[in-house]
Design a binder for this molecule. Structure first.
Ligand SMILES: *[C@@H]1O[C@H](CO)[C@@H](O)[C@H](O)[C@H]1NC(C)=O
Length: 225
């Protein structure tokens, strides 16, 4: 009997009343997405969670400019012990050797404040752009994983889970999710990408998965290796 009760009790350790999930990212996550007709996936995450989501992602930002403009600091001032922060960049990042550095700095500063940090790999660009499904991840995917390992925080391979969600869909459907360019999703695409994040979250077993309101069996897709 105790064997059954102890893991259950442990699952509640770290749950503090009034917890919030903060999102740091670029236009693919942000409110309003990348402009007219698009939306960031972060706007759909709250449909799957039991705790509030505050979307602090901002269009056009890289891990570096998010740092320099004080946007990571702004989140740092808001977080309380037990809150969650999801950090997802890559689309606007150029200087490869500094990308993991900025993510690690932000992650470590939040961990020091008692937050649970998740580094999430960037969303994929339209994988059906050329008419054949291309699933090669951006080089920033591996770098995000490295940053998570270095900062000793959770990692969600959002890129891989989003690709897995796009894969079974007809080319025309996937194309319709990218109305303006190959990066920014229409609201329906953003919803799918948010669900893919949640699938990755549940499969990875981060503490935040305790706050997913959907039954695991109700979430589309399989766990990836
Ligand atoms: C969870 O359920 C809500 C509807 O209650 C839905 O909007 C959301 O997309 C679902 N999440 C996943 C990951 O399937």
């Amino acid at each position: 009997m105790w064997k059954a009760i102890i893991p259950l009790a442990l699952a509640f350790v770290g749950q503090v009343a009034g917890q919030t999930v903060y999102l740091a990212g670029d236009s693919t996550t942000a409110p309003g997405g990348g402009g007219e007709g698009t939306e960031g996936w972060g706007q759909y995450l709250h449909y799957s969670l039991k705790i509030p989501v505050v979307n602090k992602a901002f269009a056009g930002r890289s891990a570096r400019s998010f740092t320099r403009e004080g946007r990571f600091d702004e989140i740092g001032k808001l977080i309380k012990k037990g809150d969650f922060v999801v950090i997802e960049f890559g689309h606007n990042d150029e200087t490869v050797h500094t990308f993991p550095y900025y993510l690690e700095q932000a992650a470590k500063s939040y961990v020091a404040k008692g937050a649970h940090v998740l580094i999430s790999s960037q969303t994929p660009n339209n994988p059906d752009e050329s008419g054949v499904f291309v699933s090669a991840p951006s080089r920033f995917v591996d770098l995000a994983k490295t940053a998570a390992a270095n900062a000793k925080v959770d990692y969600v391979d959002h890129s891989a889970y989003a690709l897995a969600a796009y894969k079974p869909l007809p080319v025309q459907t996937v194309d319709s999710y990218f109305p303006n360019d190959h990066t920014h999703t229409a609201p329906k695409g953003a919803d799918l990408v948010a669900q893919a994040f949640v699938r990755g979250l549940v499969c990875g077993g981060s503490l935040l998965s305790n706050y997913v309101k959907n039954a695991t069996s109700a979430i589309e897709g399989a766990c990836l290796k």
